[in-house]
Design a protein around this ligand. Sequence first.
Ligand SMILES: Nc1ncnc2c1ncn2[C@@H]1O[C@H](COP(=O)(O)OP(=O)(O)OP(=O)(O)O)[C@@H](O)[C@H]1O
Ligand SMILES: [Mg+2]
Length: 487
Amino acid sequence: MNDFNTSEVKKFLSLRKKLMVAILFASSFITSLTTAFHYYFEYKKDITYLNKSLNQIGNSNSSSLTRSLWNLDDLQIQVQLDSILKVRDIVGVAVTDEDQNVFYENKKTEIEEIVSFSRTFPLFLNPDKKVNKIGELVIWSTKAHINENLISRLTVFFLSQFVKTLIVSFTMLYLFRFLVTRHLDRIVRFLRGVDLNSLNIERLSLDRPAKTVDELDYVNDSINLILRRVERANLETNEKIKRQEKEIQMQKAASINSARLASLGEMAANIAHEINNPLTVLAFSGKKIKSLSEQEEVNKDRLVHFANMINRTIDRMCKTINSLKTLARDAEDDVYEMVNIYDIIERVLDLCQISIAQKGVEITTEFNDLPKSFYIRCKEVQITQVIINLINNSTDAIKNLSEPWIKIDVKERNGNICFSIIDCGSGIPEDIQSRVFEPFFTTKDIGEGTGLGLSISAKSAKNHNGSLLIDNECKNTTIRLEFPLGC
Ligand SMILES: Nc1ncnc2c1ncn2[C@@H]1O[C@H](COP(=O)(O)OP(=O)(O)OP(=O)(O)O)[C@@H](O)[C@H]1O
Ligand SMILES: [Mg+2]
């Protein structure tokens, strides 16, 4: 009904799912980026703070340490350095003399093992002028606390960002579903179900609040507009098809009529020929009667003989003309009547014997012991037309063979009457057998055959609740008309 080709070749993934993946991806990326920036700035801040503290410690202790070093007061130096070492992040302290010899050193652990860096503060006797350097104060510090602190703070920051992202994403998805996708689902369901061939196509209605309009309302209106046009096109096509069907019917009727008239024309020529002979007989008999009556002694027997000849000839002519009249008309509306089987065949022969004989074809009949008083119920004209059609086909098929013959075989079988028209041909080729009953199928040259003979005949057989079929069991071409005796 509808072609949703895209969904047939590609896997369906709803907009909602696509949006969910996109939002999650984008928000995770943004969260990671903000966390990274946050980490960078916090780290910078902590390092600056640590440097400031170290400077403060170094500067505030250097004058007293200078004094203690000048006085070589070991104890004072040791107490002062140990108190510096107690400060967090400081992992080692040392005082060296002006020749870089370590005067006193104290480290919390092996400095190399922890991430550390050192700061050196020169010890001047005259710090204001920065002259008379007598040694250096070295402080080792670590960033381990900064890193630990930062990681725990960042974990909290990242988790809170992540939860926020999830809440925002699902809220957005819900809103998207509420505002967009449920309406899109409705549109898809509607389009899948709509019958585009109908003359009264259902319209789409999204049932949305009517205060404002948005894109979906435009889509709704556009779809309905298209459906209206499709509906109108369907109506027009429907009317066009009806018109064409009517035209085809009329053309068919005209063709059938012309086919009948064509065979009628062929027959008329035969009839004219047949009437011509009796006319000669009539003219001859008339002349004879006239000359006999002019004789002095009228030979009565001869007169009666020629008078009888005239009567017989006129009878025969009347019969032929009557047969022609009945055959020429449309027998569709005829009523069923009881007809003698021998009479039917006689009338058939009346109409076609001469033309058959002219083509050199011998025709015989076989009644298979059917009694002379055998009557069947049928539309006589239709049955006559069918048999003549079959005889004409046979004549056309075999006229060029040597010693051509046709046999009309009539028999009763299982309550059916069977008329078999057998000719000396060797059967209808198998590849065309299924088509010979189609209207307008012919193997004859253009203008020689309409291809309607067998299709009209098959219709007449069907009218009699019977059938017209090719009997392939017979070695010669055989077409059989068969219908129930009491049809
Ligand atoms: N007895 C036969 N022997 C061989 N072929 C036949 C015979 N009867 C019919 N056919 C084949 O069937 C075709 C269709 O026959 P049909 O009577 O329908 O049309 P037609 O004879 O060709 O034309 P029309 O009946 O208008 O003269 C013929 O063209 C012929 O090929
Ligand atoms: Mg024919």
